[in-house]
Design a protein around this ligand. Structure first.
Ligand SMILES: Cc1ncc(COP(=O)(O)O)c(C=O)c1O
Length: 464
């Protein structure tokens, strides 16, 4: 294990106040031999273990190690940024990977039919969607799939509709394709984000060919209703805008809420005007395995996008995703329940202990969207950003107040959250907090934040 930043397993435990769990968290050898972990996890009455903190420091992960590289040694105790989970994967995945590892050759892979079959069966069983096998295209990630679609339908210089705040990664897809965002900001009604359909339609111009829908929505956590989706779909059909439906977060739905696949809408013309992009990566914690897929009822769309989708399947990505779809449902259901409990915990903790932050429990995703307007005021984030921007290097992007909150929370609470301004119009006063971690780690992070935010003050050293 790399100890590049001097932030190793032992110091994680010590700093996190979790030293007593050292044995349970596992040692170097448990990492090297995941099958041992598998027995432990699978043994307990069919209950998977999401409670034991799983140390990710020193594994070159974005959530922890990248933040240490950016903010410095010992700066971050809990990573709550990038959208991946801190849990061990489902034992069936580890087992399948282990079996494949016994064959020590990694030459080119011919995709076995069993992989698309597993995707199709999973979609039928879990969401009652019938995917035409001819229309299913494997790609290396939702981003590469979206980029291929944008290259197909949205020439450089044209506009792509987004409902904001929205997943910040879409903006980089637009940069890749030389397209421009057309942002339709949502309205906030009783703390809940709602689509402004009139504004959405008004923003469609002659150079708007595509709309990227995020369902369930990152970062607000909204699960769009059938009516919302139909309304958007009908506008897009009428105005000849193709719907690119990113449904990567579909499995994380909190109690009482529902994910409605865009492909399940009753109006088949609306459905034929869309492409759906999905993966096992969010649901099963396989983000770096680089394996995703898209499909559409419109074979013309599929064949055109496929022509620009240069994707090689990775052996490990395919094995892991197939194992997840074939045998991971029980693990996923338990994981979704655990995340729901985390949302309840975070929601009530914040309400009782962090009055400067406002939030509502999301309908889906493992992300909490926090209104930090009062924190921005109390730490003088607007002034700090303005001051930092005075000495901006030519061509550099101006710093935002929410970036100041990001820095402030790292410095004073040792917790890393994503800054809201990166999610587009309407996100400027917010932060995104990823709660897909053990309850103990979540509690530690929230306690740190509560202490730091008891009496917050501006910190000029943040811009030194
Ligand atoms: C809405 C959404 N789409 C796509 C991605 C990334 O997908 P991939 O890693 O498959 O390219 C993410 C990751 O956070 C996401 O939240």
């Amino acid at each position: 294990m790399s100890q590049h930043d001097g932030f190793d397993r032992r110091s994680f435990l010590k700093n996190a106040g979790l030293t007593a769990l050292a044995g349970a968290v596992g040692s170097r050898s448990a990492l090297a031999s995941p099958v041992a972990g598998l027995e432990t996890i699978a043994a307990t009455n069919g209950k998977f273990d999401f409670d034991t903190p799983y140390n990710r420091f020193g594994t070159d992960c974005v959530k922890y190690d990248q933040q240490i590289r950016v903010f410095g040694k010992d700066s971050v105790q809990v990573g709550m940024g990038i959208a991946d989970m801190d849990f061990k994967v489902a034992p069936v995945i580890t087992q399948a990977l282990n079996e494949r590892m016994q064959h020590e050759n990694w030459g080119y892979l011919d995709m076995p039919k069993s992989f698309p079959d597993s995707v199709i069966a999973w979609n039928k069983q879990r969401y009652d969607i019938d995917i035409n096998p001819e229309s299913l295209v494997i790609t290396t990630g939702v981003h590469p799939g979206l980029i291929a679609a944008l290259r197909t339908f949205s020439p450089p210089g044209t506009k792509v509709l987004l409902i904001t705040p929205t997943y910040n990664g879409f903006y980089s897809d637009l940069t890749y394709t030389g397209t421009k965002p057309e942002e339709s900001p949502m309205k906030v009604v009783n703390g809940r984000y709602t689509i402004d359909f009139d504004d959405f339609e008004r923003r469609i111009g002659p150079d708007t060919n595509t709309f990227i829908l995020c369902n369930p929505q990152n970062p607000t956590g909204n699960c769009w209703s059938r009516e919302d989706l139909m309304h958007l779909g009908e506008i897009c059909l009428k105005r000849r805008v193709i719907v690119l439906a990113d449904e990567i977060h579909c499995d994380f739905v909190t109690k009482g809420n529902k994910y409605t696949p865009f492909a399940s809408l009753a109006n088949k013309d609306v459905v034929r005007n869309s492409i759906t992009f999905k993966a096992a990566s969010k649901s099963f914690g396989l983000a770096a395995m680089k394996c995703a897929w898209f499909f559409s009822d419109n074979m013309d769309y599929v064949s055109r996008v496929k022509a620009l989708n240069r994707a090689d399947l990775t052996t490990l990505g395919m094995i892991a995703s197939r194992a997840a779809y074939r045998g991971g449902e029980d693990w996923l259901n338990q994981c979704v329940d655990y995340i729901d409990g985390n949302h309840d915990f975070a929601d009530s903790f914040i309400r009782s202990n962090i009055p400067l932050i406002k939030t509502v429990k999301p309908q889906g995703t493992y992300l909490s969207w926090l209104d930090v307007s009062a924190v921005i005021d109390r730490i003088g984030a607007n002034e700090l950003a303005a001051q930092a921007n005075k000495n901006l290097a030519p061509g550099a992007k101006p710093l935002t107040p929410s970036q100041m909150v990001e820095r402030w929370l790292v410095r004073h609470a040792k917790v890393h959250l994503n800054n809201g301004a990166s999610y587009g119009v309407g996100g400027e006063h917010c932060m995104r907090m990823n709660i897909a971690t053990s309850r103990k780690t979540l509690e530690l992070a929230l306690n740190n934040m509560a202490s730091a935010l008891k009496n917050p003050a501006p910190d000029k050293t943040l811009i030194d």
